[in-house]
Design a protein around this ligand. Structure first.
Ligand SMILES: Nc1ncnc2c1ncn2[C@@H]1O[C@H](COP(=O)(O)OP(=O)(O)OP(=O)(O)O)[C@@H](O)[C@H]1O
Ligand SMILES: [Mg+2]
Length: 202
């Protein structure tokens, strides 16, 4: 997006690095993508709860929560979904700059949107976690009753039913929630954060 030349960002005194030292851990963005019901919210919030016990400052940006406020004006059309992802990515970037470990739990069904986030976060610690789960299992879980309503024709844009989900091709981490218990999935994410040295300050 072309910036207005009259906009002159102010250079902060306190840097992201300063905040990492103060927090004794790093910040970054982990984007959990996957079908509705795959377990993005469950996983992200469980990881956050475990990190809280370790004194790590993290925050979950969760699909429906953000659509209830900041993005309440956006539809579920392809354009609405892309703008949803763009705003979330920009908010997440500010939070990462603020020193927080951010977990974004959004379906993000389009590769184009995920590429946009990757490019936006190119110079920042950014990781894509594919929360993989078959459509059959997601439909059985159906925690919000959305699949049932989509099958009955009450919902028209359901990802996996009428709208596509383009599988992430090169995610940094894949967690298979239809193969592993929740606790094991949580540990896989925490191990990954450890390997990336995000929650250990050198
Ligand atoms: N290994 C697992 N990891 C995560 N969730 C699991 C797992 N096994 C079973 N579940 C269950 O699957 C459901 C996942 O629902 P959740 O709301 O987290 O999905 P979601 O991906 O956030 O969906 P949406 O995109 O609609 O917000 C929950 O009921 C959760 O208890
Ligand atoms: Mg969710």
């Amino acid at each position: 997006m072309k910036l207005n030349p009259d906009i002159v960002p102010f250079d902060p005194i306190i840097t992201q690095q300063d905040r990492h030292v103060m927090n004794a851990h790093k910040s970054g963005l982990v984007w959990f993508s996957g079908l509705s019901g795959s377990g993005k919210s469950t996983l992200a919030h469980q990881v956050e709860a475990k990190l809280y016990q370790k004194g790590v400052r993290s925050y979950v940006l969760d699909g429906d929560n953000v659509r209830s406020g900041l993005n309440a004006d956006l539809s579920l059309s392809p354009e609405g979904r892309k703008e949803n992802v763009r705003r979330i990515a920009e908010v997440a970037k500010l939070m990462v700059d603020a020193g927080i470990l951010v977990f974004a739990a959004f379906i993000a069904p389009y590769e184009e949107s995920r590429r946009f986030v990757r490019e936006l976060m190119a110079d920042w610690p950014y990781f894509e976690c594919y929360v993989k789960c078959s459509l059959e299992v997601c439909e059985q879980r159906d925690p919000k009753g959305l699949y049932r309503r989509a099958r009955q024709g009450e919902i028209k844009n359901m990802t996996g039913i009428q709208a596509p989900f383009e599988e992430p091709q090169h995610p940094n981490l894949v967690v298979e929630t239809d193969q592993c218990e929740l606790n094991s999935c949580v540990d896989q994410v925490i191990d990954f954060l450890n390997r990336q040295r995000l929650i250990i300050l050198r």
